[in-house]
Design a protein around this ligand. Sequence first.
Ligand code: AMP
Length: 377
Amino acid sequence: MNRIVLPGATLGVLGSGQLGRMFAIAARQMGYRVHTLSPGIDTPTGQIADVEIDADYDDLDAIRAFARGVDVITFEFENVATAAADAAAEFVPVRPSGHALHVTQQRGREKAFLAMKGYPVTPFEAVGSLEELTTAVERIGLPAILKTASFGYDGKGQHRLTSPAELERVWALVGHQPAVLERVVDFVLEFSVVAARGLDGAFAHYGAIENQHRHHILDLSIAPARMPEPAVTEAVAITESIMEELAYVGVLCVEFFLTGDGRVLVNEIAPRPHNSGHLTVDACVTSQFEQQVRAICGLPLGATTLLRPAAMANLLGDVWAKGQPHWDAALAVPGVKLHLYGKSDPRPGRKMGHLTALADTTAEAVAHVVAARDVLT
Ligand code: AMP
């Protein structure tokens, strides 16, 4: 099923958030039609797509009907059940594959894959009971972080453990669910490598993007990352190797920690375009979303050249706390671009949009994007 999907064809997206929206914008720009399936209507992706199907991901009949109407399927968030990917694959290529989704959608499985293949990770242990958690803490040491194994993102379902007295409480906080205990990494920097692998095995990457989090949610991304070149080279090589191992087709993001002694550790893999890659839309020759279109359609990957240093600031629902943000003031800041995702309900912590600033230096880009966000409220 290695046929090329040419412009004019129809791309299917499972999921309907901002990642699907920006994918759909890139796809429509290139002359593709886009269908999206998710529970809900007037979704960020549905507002851009040609067709929006309101169905649950476990409604396999709906998934099959959806698949019959498109030429290739991708997904925009990793919590789509692999059963849905498999049902779709009965009719059309699913890229990346259900296998890649399977490995990366459960933290324990992903960590086991990384460790088994010899990629550098912080010491961890999968735990399924309070007894196992107790043993794992003895082996790994404290401080540690307990993370739910499934359906965790943006730091949801994560709890820091600093003393053995907290074990029972933290085990209750994760809901007695299968979880992964990790040693806390004393990192100097967090960064990600967003990369693509084509149908022909070609590899393209955007270098290292520096990430700063606030309350476990991505706050700022900066390109290029301000870190030593050997660590960037190593992280890119690790990313390429992971994509090879997974026979991956599409865009993927590997999140890393950089330690004080210059080592890189893999934190996690996102099998899709990533929030840290949003700055590629304005700052690179080919955005991560166009790259996803190209990869899943079997087209040549585009140039990833960074045109200017860039910084991206997320806009959470909190920005609306005092009413309508002052968009005009933010857009008066030089080199600033606004992206809103078409969400009507600005709940605190909800990703509503982002700002990107391009400048002559990363320091200037950061200063401008932060200034633009500050004048919103
Ligand atoms: P995650 O959902 O695993 O990406 O975690 C969200 C954020 O929590 C990360 O970007 C880090 O800032 C922090 N974090 C996660 N795991 C660790 C760890 N083992 N050590 C230190 N910080 C961590």
